[in-house]
Design a binder for this molecule. Structure first.
Ligand SMILES: C[S@@+](CC[C@H](N)C(=O)[O-])C[C@H]1O[C@@H](n2cnc3c(N)ncnc32)[C@H](O)[C@@H]1O
Length: 223
């Protein structure tokens, strides 16, 4: 059973990102600001990998007229999103599935936070292209996920920094170590250069790094 379909793991999901992702709440605030730079007050925003509802809630709270579409394959994570959203749920449409289940838009902005490292290379390319196809010209797309140098020595060093940050944030050392093993073997982690190339190849331009927190990086790019 995957982490995102296990009801016990999902019930504790919201504790995870603030402990594992340096500056997690600032990342969400920066994302909101980057979207709002270009998106109108009544923007239609696509949120891919929306399970848990954390960024949906941040967007809905700070921009009262945005209409949000959240897409995620994990039913349990979508259930949690519904609960997290509480009174904001009426402004959000949740869709179970992958990018193909997303409405065609066109959207004024899109995000994909802490998700693309779960998506294997070829599928990731297709996913990013499909996001772009759903955006209005010049609309912003904000992504943030695991992305760090993949040479053997550097990779080991960055993974140890990931573990050190988790432990310093209160994660039990044994759990942080098993997360390191999972990260090292089960995810599709690319280098920052590869990540930027995927955005570029999908037709995005003005790609800028706006966030780097140990093993995580975030970019804003424009359709
Ligand atoms: C670590 S959670 C991040 C959730 C949320 N974006 C956040 O920042 O809290 C990753 C999510 O990506 C979803 N996911 C995995 N593969 C996906 C894909 N190919 N397309 C969309 N979502 C995917 C998982 O089901 C899970 O809900």
């Amino acid at each position: 059973m995957s982490l995102f379909s296990d009801p016990h793991a999902v019930a504790r999901y919201a504790e995870g990102p603030p402990r594992l992702v340096p500056g997690f709440s600032a990342l969400q605030r920066m994302t909101t600001l980057l979207l709002a730079e270009r998106a109108p007050d009544d923007a239609r925003v696509l949120v891919l990998g929306a399970g848990g509802g954390l960024e949906l809630r941040t967007f809905a709270e700070s921009r009262p007229n945005w209409q949000l579409d959240g897409v995620d394959p994990a039913a349990e994570m979508l259930k949690l999103a519904q609960t997290t959203l509480g009174p904001f749920a009426s402004r959000v449409r949740l869709h179970q599935g992958y990018i193909d289940e997303a409405p065609q838009g066109p959207f004024d902005a899109a995000t994909c936070l802490l998700t693309l490292h779960f998506v294997p290379l070829e599928e990731r390319r297709r996913t990013v292209m499909e996001v772009r196809r759903r955006l209005k010209p010049a609309a912003p797309f904000v992504v943030a996920h695991l992305s760090f140098p993949q040479g053997e020595t550097e990779r080991a060093l960055w993974l140890s920094r990931y573990v050190a940050f988790a432990v310093a944030s209160g994660v039990e050392p044994a759990k942080a170590d098993s997360a390191r093993a999972a990260l090292g073997t089960q995810l599709a982690i690319l280098t920052p250069e590869q990540d930027e190339a995927i955005l570029r190849d999908a037709g995005f331009s003005n790609i800028s790094l706006f966030y780097a927190g140990f093993v995580f990086r975030g970019w804003v790019a424009y359709a």
